[in-house]
Design a protein around this ligand. Structure first.
Ligand SMILES: *Cc1c(COP(=O)(O)O)cnc(C)c1O
Length: 360
């Protein structure tokens, strides 16, 4: 078996240990005579898998008891609609912070349901920094404040928590959840598609403060109502059972590593190595403001775009794959989520130095 270092932004690498366990349990889950894929979601085997996954996630993230954890489908993209549908609660306005591509998508969707107040934007720097809270113009009558703590495409990350007082803070944490500790009690809703840092595609996590559950916008489809999923323990309909199971194995893996504090230490070190390789070279360049640089998604450019194809081709030969930048940004992007081993970053850094030497 040959595994590459896959720098894909998502679906992304999973820990090899998790894949090994999944392989061992593939055809016969712990003597049940069935694959997890073949189990009834209402059977005792799957219920035990589901409950353990939730308990482990609660432990790893330190989720307070007054929060519901929902294991949904529809991706983070469905949350762009579910958030206003569930949180407007009679109000007509919501605050949004615009820091790039994913913020914009959330904003466009919210506009279908309410008046969107862009409380802050980093458009002036082409979305390469996080606007400091001192510049935010929050509306006093907003139902909630939405932001994207890590812009997966632009590689811009908040390294601080916004303060919104009594107005619920909502975060699209698709590409940062579980990368470091987070004080869940500061949020109304946290949501994330699983395929970046949690598990396989098809699963979407929503962590919702209890008092925000219920009272949806009239006409909201049943499947878009947090209350339905909260009441039925995410089993109103058939959930993404296999993805849920794999996510559970990932939570277990995180516990074995030493939890999110340990994970953050590793992630910070990985990111620093890669940024040092970029900054200490005149061949590579990052245009993201230093205080806003993502630990998870690191876009960079080469001295000239004419070298992009050669870089990608030679990197691939070394087992370093999927480094092509998003079409809207160009250049390269290395996504280094939890499951990217530090050795993968070391190898990329070494390759970058050699490539620069040969092509500068
Ligand atoms: C990937 C991503 C999304 C979209 O997720 P889907 O699960 O594909 O809907 C939304 N927000 C962020 C920050 C992302 O990284």
């Amino acid at each position: 078996m040959t595994r590459v270092y896959n720098f894909s932004s998502g679906p992304a690498m999973l820990p090899e240990e998790v894949l090994q366990i999944a392989r061992e349990e593939m055809a016969d889950w712990r003597g049940s005579g069935m694959s997890v894929m073949e189990m009834s979601h209402r059977g005792k085997e799957f219920i035990s898998i589901a409950e353990k996954a939730e308990a482990d996630l609660r432990e790893v993230l330190g989720i307070p008891n007054n929060y519901k954890v929902l294991f949904l489908q529809g991706g983070a993209s469905s949350q762009f609609a579910m958030v206003p549908m569930n949180l407007l609660r009679g109000k007509r306005k919501a605050d949004y912070i615009n820091t790039g591509s994913w913020s914009k998508k959330a904003i466009e969707e919210a506009k279908r349901y309410c008046e969107v107040n862009i409380a802050a934007s980093s458009k002036d720097t082409n979305f390469t920094h996080v606007p400091p809270q001192a510049q935010w113009k929050l509306a006093t009558d907003a139902a909630y404040v939405h932001y994207c703590p890590n812009e997966t495409i632009g590689g811009v990350e908040f390294h601080w928590l916004p303060q919104t007082g009594d107005i619920p803070l909502v975060a699209d944490m698709s590409s940062t959840l579980l990368s470091r500790p987070v004080d869940v009690s500061k949020f109304g809703v946290i949501y994330a598609g699983a395929q970046k840092n949690i598990g396989p595609a098809g699963l979407t996590l929503a962590i919702v403060r209890e008092d925000l559950v219920g009272d949806v916008l009239p006409g909201t489809p049943t499947m878009f109502d947090y209350k339905i999923h909260a009441t039925d323990a995410s089993m109103y309909n058939t959930p993404a059972t296999y993805s849920w199971y794999i996510a559970g194995l990932v939570f277990d893996w995180l516990k074995k590593i030493g939890g999110l504090a340990k994970m953050a230490e590793i992630n910070k070190r990985k990111a620093e190595k890669l940024y040092a390789a970029i900054d200490n070279s005149s061949f590579y360049h990052s245009n993201v403001a230093k205080d806003s640089r993502s630990w998870m998604n690191i876009p960079f450019t080469l001295a000239t775009p004419e070298l992009d194809d050669a870089f990608l081709k030679e990197a691939k030969k070394e087992g370093l794959t999927t480094l092509k930048g998003h079409r809207s940004v160009g250049g390269m992007r290395a996504s280094i989520y939890n499951a990217m081993p530090e050795a993968g970053v070391d190898k990329l850094v070494q390759f970058m130095a050699e490539f620069a030497r040969r092509n500068a």
